[in-house]
Write a protein that binds this ligand. Structure first.
Ligand code: ZN
Length: 254
């Protein structure tokens, strides 16, 4: 899972960004090691219908829709003949449908269409990127349906894959994503995607600015993945507790 690709990303996206050089090196490694990138839609289809996958399949995904995905990542993907999946928050993209809240320079729709024309699958990542487990049913429905409708209108084809903002979901969220028409959805975890996780909770691992090429290799080879993200899991758990406590405090004040 990638976010921004750039030389000087905004502070808010810096930690989760990669430099164009690091991205190129990582793609080179995938090619050298005989990996075959597939789209999220293809993985979903294969696991649903039992269709075969190519040898050493891997998903390359970009969340949010940062402009550097078109500027820096696309030429590298094209050079290798690699496909990827871009998960866009439709209200963050520049131009039509734009709302406040984007963290950095985002793609515009012409750039999204150029990525799609080059074989990148475009999936949904909500309209305004809220924490979906924290919003009510009405907003949850709006965030998933509006996003799907805008992508379908701009690209002429409805998206089939979704990625949860901040990487987590509840049963209620997963049910709504499914009801909105998405066939599979990606989370973030400390393991690689496995069929038994189910189509609406497939895990991905994070590639960050500090991810060196050895760590990247270990991750794609599936070695010591849990250890690499052990700290992250603690953070996620800690955060859930903080939010729960805040909610309890709010209830007490009422
Ligand atoms: Zn996101």
């Amino acid at each position: 899972m990638y976010h921004a690709v750039g030389h000087r990303p905004a502070t808010a996206t810096h930690r989760l960004s990669v430099s164009p050089e690091a991205f190129a090196e990582q793609m080179e490694l995938l090619g050298d090691r005989g990996f075959t990138p597939v789209t999220t839609a293809r993985l979903g289809r294969a696991w649903r219908r039992g269709e075969p996958l190519p040898p050493r399949p891997v998903l390359i995904t970009f969340d949010d829709g940062y402009e550097g995905v078109h500027r820096h990542a696309l030429p590298v993907l094209v050079e290798h003949g690699f496909v990827a999946t871009l998960f866009v928050s439709t209200g963050w993209l520049r131009g039509a449908h734009e709302e406040d809240g984007a963290l950095d320079t985002m793609l515009d729709w012409d750039q999204v269409r150029a990525l799609a024309a080059a074989g990148t699958e475009v999936g949904g990542h909500t309209h305004t990127h809220p924490q979906l487990d924290q919003v009510d049913d009405r907003r949850l429905r709006f965030e998933t349906l509006r996003c799907r409708e805008i992508i379908a209108g701009e690209l002429g084809e409805a998206p089939v894959s979704f990625a949860y903002p901040y990487g987590y979901s509840t049963r209620r969220v997963r049910q709504m994503v499914r009801a909105a028409g998405f066939a599979q959805s990606l989370a973030v975890g400390n393991s690689l995607a496995r069929r038994h996780q189910g189509p609406y909770a497939l895990e991905r691992v994070t590639v960050r600015r500090t991810t060196g090429i050895e760590e990247f290799e270990r991750l794609v080879e599936g070695r010591a993945v849990a250890r690499t993200f052990a700290g992250d899991r603690a953070l996620t758990k800690g955060y859930a507790v903080v939010r729960k406590t805040r909610r309890a405090a709010r209830l007490l004040r009422m």
